[in-house]
Design a binder for this molecule. Structure first.
Ligand code: BES
Ligand code: MN
Ligand code: ZN
Length: 503
């Protein structure tokens, strides 16, 4: 999608469609039954005039994601005027604006419109932040998961170009635009990897895609196979990988810019299970097809590295991707088996379906060995996090409050929904083993927490954050601003988090 900035007066802009935001400026709160005061957020009088009748009719209220399309609006050079509701003016922020831009894209591409102009609302959000939000929202809204549909017409329904209408310093707005693009296209890159079915996204293919991306944006990249995994004594990772005919891959992506402090080295570790059958503790058939997205954590970390390479913050970052299938076979590990992790800890495998924590255990250990001072992992780790937080919030676990505060700030900026869950020592009880140091499954209750407690054993004393994205990496339903399918959750928070450390 092409992106342009224009300082033109909105009414004078020639475009297939001009999009403006309508906010409800009613003063009283919910309790009092006050009529909405829909207001066109554009200080160009002809635009407000063109919308006047639609608003007077009561059809336009400004409620979130309400869309009204007017043809040949009088006094405007645009062929169409799209009014998008943005909710209450009081609570309007960049997060709402991002979604509105996505909703505009999804509305217009459905009508086979290929290009449009989005007039930034004057209120609430600073111009550069607004440009970033609109670019991000537009790219996210333009993504469609129907890769393998043979109906080309359906597949080609995309927006080709967006013009953002905004006044301000052209240079700083252009910088904002490019930053928005770097983040948004990286988020879609993650979604692209996640969307692929497991026969077309094996560990080898995932590693190849990472390598290709690294070459394009100038990251260091090493891809290792089974030999290296065994040589590093990654017994937990190999225990999972041994059951599959598809070779595993250990991918290291390196970003080490000149001028970065040598005291901070961020490590991003991603769960890359390209298909999770459960192994010998096999999953039921119902819904198993969804386990192609069990590599979403890996995709997110790979794509985060892409965004970082483009944005160039001055901080050293290394990503470690553990990619494998989890398969039942004659070579597969079995319940009761004991594996020795890279750190030397022994693990009793209670359930071969708790495989994510096994591969991450060695990923985290390796990140520490590479000198990472702070660790973040992202993983579709547990069904239990979906029980706890539903499909709305991702789970955050943090071993270090200071690091958590930094992450929470980045998360807020990014406008992604996440919620912290506890890591009290008491939860460690459930991962004690009779025969080894720990078991790999703490059972049903508090399952997202016991999984995190397991990982904590391998992060050891390095400050660490774990993101359980099992409920949020895949949209179960489409929303006005995003298609059903891979969401790309966590990438924006991670990019903000990394930027926050820049010297
Ligand atoms: N990949 C799954 C978790 C998952 C569930 C991801 C639903 C996305 C949606 C993970 O490997 C798994 O199977 N976890 C088990 C752990 C249990 C055996 C302790 C689970 O959550 O049931
Ligand atoms: Mn599993
Ligand atoms: Zn899994």
């Amino acid at each position: 999608m092409n992106t342009n900035l224009s300082a033109s007066v909105p009414s004078q802009l020639e475009t297939d469609c001009l999009v403006v935001v309508v906010l409800d400026r009613a003063e009283k709160d919910k309790g009092d039954k006050e009529k909405p005061v829909p207001t066109v957020e554009c200080n160009d009088a002809p635009v407000r005039d063109a919308a006047r009748e639609a608003i007077a009719s009561g059809e336009v209220t400004g409620k979130p994601f309400e869309t009204t399309l007017l043809h040949r609006p009088a006094g405007l050079k645009a062929k169409r005027l799209l009014l998008v509701g943005g909710g209450k003016a009081k609570t309007f922020s960049a997060a709402e604006l991002r979604k509105l831009a996505g909703a505009a894209v999804r509305t217009l591409k459905g009508k086979s419109i290929r290009s449009f102009a989005f007039a930034l609302p004057d209120s609430g959000v600073a111009a550069s932040d607004a440009v970033i939000a609109v670019v991000e929202g537009a790219f996210v809204g333009n993504f469609e998961p129907g890769y393998y549909k043979s109906d080309k017409k359906e597949k080609d329904k995309k927006i080709d170009a967006i013009t953002i209408v905004v006044a301000g310093d052209p240079k700083s707005l252009e910088t904002a635009l490019q930053a928005g693009r770097a983040i948004a296209e990286s988020q879609n890159f993650a979604r692209d990897l996640i969307n692929e079915p497991s026969n077309l996204m094996t560990p080898t293919i995932l590693a190849d895609r990472a390598k290709k991306m690294a070459a394009e944006v100038g990251l260091g990249c090493e891809v290792y196979g089974a030999d290296k995994i065994k040589e590093l004594k990654m017994g937990a990772f190999w225990g999972v990988a041994q059951g599959s005919d598809e070779p595993p891959a250990l991918v290291v992506l390196r970003y080490d810019p000149p001028g970065a402090s040598d005291k901070v080295h961020l490590g991003l570790v991603g769960k890359g299970v390209t298909f999770d059958t459960g192994g010998i503790s096999i999953k039921p058939a119902d819904g198993m097809e969804k386990m192609k997205y069990d590599m979403a954590g890996a995709a997110t970390m790979i794509a985060t590295m892409r965004a970082i390479a483009l944005l160039q913050p001055k901080v050293k970052v290394t990503a470690i991707i553990c990619a494998t299938e989890n398969m039942p076979s004659g070579k597969a590990q079995k319940p009761g088996d004991v594996q020795i992790a890279m750190s030397g800890k022994s693990i009793e495998i209670i359930n071969t379906d708790a495989e994510g924590r096994l591969i991450l255990a060695d990923g985290l250990c390796y990140a520490r060995q590479l000198g990472c001072t702070h660790l973040v992992d992202a993983a579709t780790l547990t069904g239990a996090v979906v029980v706890a937080l539903g499909y709305v919030n991702a789970g955050i676990f943090a071993s270090d409050d200071q690091m958590y505060e930094r992450f929470a700030e980045a998360n807020k900026k990014a406008g992604e929904k996440m919620w912290r869950l506890p890591l009290d020592d008491e939860y460690k009880e459930v991962i004690k083993s009779n025969i080894a140091d720990i078991v790999n499954s703490g059972g049903r209750w508090g399952g997202a927490i016991s999984a995190a407690m397991f990982l904590k054993e391998f992060a050891e004393d390095t400050p660490w954050i774990h993101l359980d994205i099992a409920g949020t990496a895949w949209m179960e339903e489409s929303k006005p601003w995003i298609a059903k399918g891979p969401s790309g959750i966590a990438l924006r928070s991670l990019v903000e988090f990394v930027k926050g450390w820049a010297a």
